[in-house]
Design a protein around this ligand. Structure first.
Ligand code: SF4
Length: 84
């Protein structure tokens, strides 16, 4: 992972924690494919076991709502798209 990518992921990890109470953008389409990539930003979430989220039905808002906006959507191939 490049330093630029690590900084981007860390910024996003912190940002989504503080913006999780905000609504999801109306133009968001699609669904989570449960690929787990956003569960591994900078470091692997302790609830991610390598195949999926072990607390999926209880996951916190910052996970439930990710990606909330097009700006937050940094994972290629994520099941969510914006306005497309
Ligand atoms: S990157 Fe997208 S499709 Fe993959 S687990 Fe996260 S929200 Fe779901």
């Amino acid at each position: 992972m490049t330093t630029t990518q690590a900084v981007k992921e860390m910024r996003l990890k912190v940002q989504r924690t503080f913006t999780a109470f905000l609504p999801v953008a109306e133009e968001r389409n699609g669904a989570c494919l449960r690929c787990g990539k956003c569960c591994q930003f900078v470091f692997r979430c302790p609830f991610y076991d390598g195949t999926g989220c072990t607390i999926y039905s209880l996951r916190p808002p910052q996970c439930r709502k990710y990606p909330r906006t097009k700006e937050e959507s940094i994972v290629p191939g994520c099941g969510f798209t914006f306005g497309e």
